[in-house]
Design a protein around this ligand. Structure first.
Ligand SMILES: Cc1ncc(COP(=O)(O)O)c(C=O)c1O
Length: 433
């Protein structure tokens, strides 16, 4: 199987992640729990430490440490804007988590709702993109939160049902970019159009999808989009993109002395400059990787300039590499059978090899007659596979009635070799059960 990154490059990528090969105990393991939190890239960790130690001062002072803190926040915002292809850094709001940012946004929407409107979302959201809206319903700010059904067999959205739910009273359409249980990507452009047709706000929860492929807020024409740093090779701390005119018009809950213009008016409390330094470190990593694959992209993405183009290229390359990994997970490596060929295994989500571009490499599965915890434990003990079993706060798990499920999720530092070890161990678990 030919992958987008050759062995030499993947080895170099892994060197940029100090814990890609082994954990802090020097235990070699394959890290397949990226959907819960990715490993940290060295550039992000060192940039974060530098900011913590050298410019821990608060912004707005005339001394160097304070100026550096201010600059760090400015350049971190710019880096995120470039990554998302946002028009300008003032459209990037930072926060503690995607959860806090979405609650913040829902409170702001709440101020302009009359109680007669509805909000449309889906049956495969993370609760983070459910409860801020249900809260509005509970407080009588909207009439109803509506949930689009899934095509259960293939684990995709039922677009006909979604369309039926959207009507002239729909004020917000809010959708995950990819399901954190099934890996399925949402057809965001199509959904955005449905929202715009009725004049509803279009909100995207990109937390799960963010490390897996390009995210372009202008191409999506979304009104808001949120993602979190700990799913993108750094530590906690999240970012909300919002269209400038909407950030200006909405009235978030704020203290009276906070700025009256975006992004500051949406930001609760003092900013963490180290978080901005860290996200800048992530972008430096991605720009480095972009250089490595540039030669495959001559003549492409010319409509984007400078870092925006480089970040597009690298995320496209990552997406292609990961599609190769997905294919290996499903079909096997070097004669080791893949998930599709192990009769005891049931995979939830898209398994059609012709449709791998519609999914991220996140696979939830069960093994006949083997409890989830046992699969998790044996994968770890016998194969050194760091996977997980449990509930991932995904509504889809309630819909499928799977309160516990085993999940693996891969990113661009995972390898075919690791997939092979995973599959070997899983085949063994099935045989010796
Ligand atoms: C799709 C999705 N949305 C939201 C979240 C929660 O993000 P945060 O912890 O930043 O609030 C997660 C976390 O797993 C997620 O996968």
């Amino acid at each position: 199987m030919t992958l987008m990154f050759d062995k030499k490059l993947i080895d170099r990528i892994r060197l940029t992640f100090p814990r890609a090969a082994a954990d802090f105990n020097e235990r070699k393991r394959a890290f397949f729990d990226n959907g819960t939190a990715t490993l940290v890239v060295e550039k992000a960790a060192t940039a974060e430490a530098e900011a913590r130690i050298n410019w821990s001062a608060n912004v707005g002072g005339i001394f160097d440490e304070s100026k550096q803190a201010t600059d760090t926040i400015r350049s971190g915002r710019q880096a995120v804007a470039d990554f998302l292809n946002a028009s300008d850094p003032s459209t990037i709001v930072s926060g503690e988590s995607a959860t806090s940012l979405l609650f913040n946004l829902s409170y702001a929407f709440g101020k302009e709702l009359t109680g007669s409107e509805n909000i449309v979302t889906t049956d495969y959201e993370h609760y983070t993109n459910v409860d801020p809206w249900v809260e509005l319903e509970n407080r009588g700010k909207v009439n109803q939160v509506r949930f689009a059904k899934l095509n259960m067999e293939e684990g995709t959205l039922d677009m006909d049902h979604l369309q039926e739910l959207i009507d002239s009273k729909t004020k917000i359409v809010t959708i995950t970019a990819a399901s954190n249980m099934l890996g399925t990507k949402s057809p965001l452009k199509e959904i955005g159009k449905l929202a715009r047709d009725v004049g509803a706000y279009f909100v995207v929860d990109a937390v799960h999808h963010i490390p897996h492929g390009p995210t372009d807020v202008q191409a999506l024409d979304c009104d808001f989009l949120v993602f979190s740093g700990y799913k993108l090779f750094t530590s906690h701390g999240s970012f909300l993109y919002g269209k400038k005119e909407l950030l200006e018009a909405l009235q978030p809950f704020k203290v009276r002395t906070a700025p009256t213009t975006p992004p500051g008016k949406f930001e609760w409390g003092t900013r963490n400059q180290a978080m901005f330094a860290a996200i800048n470190g992530v972008m430096e990593h991605l720009l480095w990787l972009s250089e490595e694959v540039q030669s495959n992209y001559e003549g492409q993405y010319l409509e984007f300039e400078d870092n925006k183009r480089s970040l597009k290229i690298v995320m496209d390359a990552i997406e292609q590499y990961e599609t190769g990994l997905s294919s290996a997970v499903l079909t096997g490596v070097d004669n080791v059978p893949g998930l599709l060929d192990i009769p005891e295994v049931t995979v939830y989500g898209l398994t059609d090899l012709k449709r791998l571009d519609e999914r991220d490499p996140t696979f939830s599965f069960e093994v006949e007659n083997v409890p989830e915890e046992e699969v998790e434990l044996r994968l770890w003990k016998e194969g050194g596979i760091a996977a997980r079993s449990g509930h991932y706060y995904s509504l889809a798990q309630d819909v499928y009635n799977k309160q516990k499920i085993v999940r693996i999720s891969l990113v661009h530092y995972n390898t075919l070799e690791e997939v092979k070890i995973f599959l070997k161990t899983l085949n063994e678990i099935c045989k010796t059960n």
